[in-house]
Design a protein around this ligand. Sequence first.
Ligand SMILES: Cc1cc2nc3c(=O)[nH]c(=O)nc-3n(C[C@H](O)[C@H](O)[C@H](O)COP(=O)(O)O)c2cc1C
Length: 194
Amino acid sequence: MTDGPHVVAIAGSLRAESKSRRSLEHALDAAAAGGATTELLDLREFDLPMVDPDEDTPPDAEALKEAVRGADAILLGTPVYHGSYASPLKTALDYCGFDEFEDKTVGLLAVAGGSFPITALDHLRSVCRSLNAWVIPHQAAVPKAGSAFEDREFVDDGLAKRVRTLGRRAVQYANIEPDPDSFESEANVGAVDR
Ligand SMILES: Cc1cc2nc3c(=O)[nH]c(=O)nc-3n(C[C@H](O)[C@H](O)[C@H](O)COP(=O)(O)O)c2cc1C
C-alpha cells in the first residue's frame, strides 16, 4: 500500500497485442514509480454491449463504473480508428458520466498505424471536458505503431519519455483543485447521474 493516488487506465483496444494497451502499461509503470497504485482496465474482460438507454446497466458496466469512480486520476488510451478514438472506448465512456469523471484528472494517449494520432486526442479531450474532467495538457501520441516497439519497449527514447511523462503527470495532478464547471458540461444534459 502507498499513500499515493490511485491511477486507473482504460485500454480502448480489444486486440490481443494492442499497442495502446502496451503504451498505457508504460504510463502506469511511471505512475507507480511516482508513488501511485495503478490498475489497467482491459475492455476485453468486460461484457459491454453498445449502450441502450432503454436497458438496465449491465453488471460489467457497473463494475467498470465502480473501478473508474475509485480512481484519483484516469488514463484513457485508444487506437486511432478513422481519425478518431475507438468504439470499445466510446462504449465504455458512454456507460460512465459525471459520477465517474467530474473533477477527475484525465490523461490521454493515442496510438496510430499512420503518422497522425492527434485528432483522436482532440476528440477525447472534448468528451472529458463535457464531463467536467480536468485534462492534463501533456498528451501522448504514438504514431507508426507497427514499428514503435521492440520487445515490448519503445524504439524511440523521446516517445518513451512522452508516455512516461503522462503517467508522472497523472500522479502530480491527481488531486488538483477543481476548476469552475466547463461551458460544455453545463450543456451536457445526457449524463443524468449528476
Ligand atoms: C477500424 C480501424 C480503423 C483505423 N483507422 C486508422 C486511422 O484513421 N489512422 C491511422 O493512422 N490508423 C488507423 N488504424 C490503425 C490503428 O490505429 C493501428 O493499428 C493501432 O496500432 C491499433 O491500436 P492497437 O494496437 O491498440 O489495437 C485503424 C485500424 C482499424 C482496425
